[in-house]
Design a protein around this ligand. Sequence first.
Ligand code: MD3
Ligand code: FE
Length: 203
Amino acid sequence: SRQALAEGAWVLQAFAQDRQQALLDEIEALLAQAPLRHLLTPSGHTMSVAMSNCGALGWVSDARGYRYDALDQLTGKPWPPMPALFERLALEAATAAGFEGFRPDACLINHYVPGAKLSLHQDRDERDRRQPIVSVSLGLPAVFQFGGLTRSGPLQRTRLESGDVVVWGGPSRLAYHGVAALAEGEHGLTGRCRYNLTFRRAG
Ligand code: MD3
Ligand code: FE
């Protein structure tokens, strides 16, 4: 089912349901090549969410700022290529939400353990903001928060479950959003954690 969260933002409930194990297998293979790490924010805080990337470009943060980089600083090598399964899922989800021809060149892998959270932010490091962002949730559920184009103002909250896919485009592309501290739990697929994949056209 396709459900509008806001203008241009579509929840595709259980869209990835039958691909969850295959997605997790790919994630584990990717993380063996480009390990999860806790990045520093430009202000010097360590993020509670651990991250890695695959694809031509990877999102990174350090004292110099936020940016996309073709190299993993940790390994000195390019990020692992994006698996065909990932590209296909992102294209199918974008198409189902009305965005044609989505070709992501970056996939950020976020890893949450209980207590980890993502503060309210905008995604504005991508060049062409007419391209949507596709996000895929796996494992423990999360409370996703999103607002408008300014940091102040009311937030909507929605629970994202394993296998849910959300497509963010149009006016929602620059909406402020975040993830509340992950609740304690145990999931049959991932154990005591949540993964979120975000597919982007960054370059
Ligand atoms: C709304 N990740 O990686 S996914 C991020 O669950 C990020 O890990 C969250 O926010 C997570 O930047 C949320 C949903 C999402 C992703 C990108 C968006 C929502 C968005 C971009 C614009 C508006
Ligand atoms: Fe974001």
